[in-house]
Every structure is written in structure tokens, then in C-alpha cells.
Design a protein around this ligand. Structure first.
Ligand code: ATP
Ligand code: MG
Length: 195
């Protein structure tokens, strides 16, 4: 795992649109494949709509385990209350990263963190924080979003980790952090934490 804290001057080099990160690759075996193309299009669009932020951390991991290990290092940046968007293509490693984050907060064992693809919200309670892992891939309308009542989850001790949250501009505006995962090879992922 290559890890570096970026100096401030480097953070300023982030292009305002971040669109350079919006490269969409295909995951042939994904159960979500039927929706892939529409999301590929939308993903790029949302990237350009995102606000510019400073690069806090950047890492390239070579395996799922390395991504989990990186997630374990993020507790300081994610101290509650936080709303963080997890951005990246299907299979980029967003859920894998949450395994490490949940472990860092002693909220769940890595193996107990699974994708909330169908359940939409998973809750993991730790001694100092409640993690809500949310997947909005299948949520398309404001009405559907409202039924999740995500605002009710935003408490002093809560951390909302939202996959596909960039579908809703409100979350792009309100997020504290953005963690962008980009496929850089079969098992390589570049992960950037942006504030
Ligand atoms: N460096 C890596 N980091 C993370 N995952 C990796 C890495 N290399 C390979 N993988 C594999 O890629 C897959 C990532 O799946 P994961 O469910 O975490 O993706 P996701 O971004 O949450 O996708 P989705 O949008 O479908 O929910 C896993 O099968 C994992 O083992
Ligand atoms: Mg996921």
C-alpha cells in the first residue's frame, strides 16, 4: 500500500470539477449490470457537479485487505458527526472500505459489514459512534429518498457513509467528506479523501 498525506499546495492542484476522476469502467459480473450504462453516464455528470475540495489523503491499494486497512486509518477524519460520500464505480471498493471504517470505530467486525444494496441502510453501533452505511444505487426519486428519512439519522454521534449519494445534489452540497475510489488495475484502487 502506498500512502501519503498530501501537502496543502498539492491539494490546491485538484481541478474544480474532479471530472478527471470520473472514469467509468465495466464490471462484467456485477448483478447490477443492467443499470450500468445509465449510471456510467450519470456518474460522470455528477463528478463535474461536485464541489472542489482539498486532498487530505491519497493511497493506492493492491488488494481488498489493503483497502480495509486504509479504512481503519480514517477514524480521525470521520469523527462524528459526519456525512461522507463514497464515490466510485461499481465494484470500486466502497463497501470494502466501510469494513475498515466500521472496525476502526469498533462498530462491527469486518466480516459483518455487507453491502446494503437491497436493504439500503445498515446500522453499526460502536461505543462512540453510530455508523450508517447507505446505498442509494436503487433510489432514484426524491420520494423514494424521503422514505429513508436520512435526516433523522443525523445526530451528534452519527456518521453517514453514503454510496451513490452524488445522485442527489443535496448530498454533494452537504457532505463533509468525499472518498473517491478509482480502479487503477485488476486489484489496484486509488483512493482519495477530499474535504
Ligand atoms: N484494492 C482493492 N480494494 C477494494 N476492493 C478490491 C480491491 N481489489 C479487488 N477488490 C475486490 O473488488 C470488489 C469491491 O467490491 P465492493 O462491494 O467493495 O465495491 P463497491 O464499490 O461497494 O460496489 P457497489 O457500487 O456495487 O456497491 C470486491 O470483490 C473486492 O474483493
Ligand atoms: Mg457497495
Amino acid at each position: 500500500m502506498f500512502f501519503r498525506d498530501s501537502p496543502l499546495r498539492e491539494a490546491r492542484k485538484i481541478p474544480p470539477s474532479l471530472s478527471v476522476l470520473g472514469i467509468v469502467s465495466c464490471l462484467p459480473c456485477s448483478p447490477r449490470k443492467p443499470k450500468l450504462l445509465s449510471h456510467a453516464y450519470r456518474y460522470t455528470a455528477y463528478m463535474t457537479a461536485g464541489k472542489a475540495g482539498g486532498l487530505l489523503r491519497e493511497v493506492t491499494t493492491r488488494s481488498a485487505d489493503e483497502t480495509i486497512a486504509f479504512g481503519r486509518t480514517l477514524a480521525d477524519l470521520l469523527a462524528p458527526p459526519k456525512l461522507a460520500l463514497l464515490r466510485g464505480d461499481l465494484g470500486a471498493g466502497k463497501t470494502t472500505l466501510v469494513k475498515g471504517i466500521a472496525a476502526a470505530f469498533h462498530a462491527a467486525a469486518e466480516e459483518d459489514v455487507t453491502s446494503p444494496t437491497f436493504t439500503l441502510v445498515h446500522e453499526y453501533r460502536g461505543p462512540q459512534a453510530i455508523l450508517y452505511h447507505i446505498d442509494l444505487y436503487r433510489v432514484d426519486t426524491q420520494r423514494e429518498l424521503d422514505t429513508l428519512a436520512l435526516d433523522d439519522l443525523r445526530e451528534e454521534d452519527s456518521i453517514l457513509l453514503i454510496e451513490w449519494g452524488e445522485k442527489f445534489p443535496r448530498f454533494v452540497r452537504e457532505r463533509d467528506l468525499e472518498i473517491v475510489l478509482e480502479r487503477a488495475g485488476e486489484n489496484d484502487r486509488t483512493i482519495r479523501v477530499i474535504d
